[in-house]
Design a protein around this ligand. Structure first.
Ligand code: ADP
Length: 252
């Protein structure tokens, strides 16, 4: 118990150096949560803020790939572990993938994940940051609960797609955040529409997230199209070079 308290104290001290801590959640995997976390970090860094990005998706870490830094290793410093800096905007990035041998799948059990996550939060030297973006794993399991218990989050952003099926799962995540007294800042609708590059016709896929936003009195922060260009930049690890800013003037 004493050891737990010590870790919580360390986490508190580290988090005290960060002005705003925002988690990105979705009920479901594969809706583009990591992509949106990365785009949000880039958006804020481009506005001149000091930004950190924590990949808390232990079972499917994908932040290093989006930034083309899968082979990078963080260095230890007297203050803990230094995050890896992204090439273009110097976003401070930390992911469990940096700590595991290349190509090795690590099998984590629930309680172990929470312990490792707490150790991470206690030992990563973010330094002074304006924003820490936390890319949560899908669902409402151990990691989101631990993050919400240990970090005094300023808010959560929900990632949904327009499909009814996703909306109903995101609804669970909204309810969880509210139960944990964490403010939901709004919804980012990913894969919102598709603009045909040949004829310019715009196809929409549904109204699930709009209805969800209305039901919970939330705003839609951004609508991100389903786009070959975005997919290509993600696949080649060049998300910082993507160039479009769908968040416009959004400052959380
Ligand atoms: P999650 O974190 O929810 O599991 P990811 O962010 O890893 O999802 O995205 C899953 C896949 O979908 C990735 O290959 C990503 O490049 C792709 N993707 C995400 N959003 C878009 C989009 N708006 N347009 C095209 N591809 C996308």
């Amino acid at each position: 118990m004493a050891e737990q308290d010590e870790v919580s104290e360390l986490i508190k001290r580290k988090m005290g150096q960060i002005k705003k801590k925002i988690a990105v959640m979705s009920g479901k995997g594969g809706v583009g949560k990591s992509t949106i976390s990365a785009l949000l970090a880039v958006h804020l860094a481009k506005k001149g803020f000091m930004v950190g990005l924590l990949d808390a998706d232990f079972l499917g870490p994908s932040i290093p790939k989006l930034f083309g830094m899968e082979r990078k290793k963080p260095l230890s410093s007297i203050d803990g572990i230094d995050p890896v800096l992204s090439t273009k905007y110097a976003i401070r990035i930390m992911s469990i993938q940096f700590m595991t041998p290349d190509g090795v799948a690590v099998i984590w059990r629930g309680p172990m994940i929470s312990k490792v996550l707490r150790d991470y939060l206690a030992h990563v030297s973010w330094g002074r940051l304006d924003y820490l973006i936390v890319d949560m794993p899908p669902g409402t399991g151990d990691v989101p609960i631990t993050v919400m218990q240990e970090i005094d989050l300023d808010g959560v952003i929900m990632v949904a797609t327009p499909h009814d099926l996703t909306a109903s799962v995101v609804e669970r995540a909204i309810n969880m955040a509210r139960t944990m007294n964490t403010e939901v800042l709004g919804i980012v609708e990913n894969m919102s529409y598709f603009k045909c590059p040949d004829c310019g016709r715009i196809a929409k896929f549904g109204r699930g997230s709009e209805l969800l936003a209305r039901k919970y009195g939330l705003k839609i922060i951004a609508k991100i199209p389903l786009e070959e260009k975005l997919s290509a930049y993600c696949e080649s690890g060049l998300i910082e070079e993507y160039g479009e800013d769908h968040f416009r003037d959004f400052i959380p």
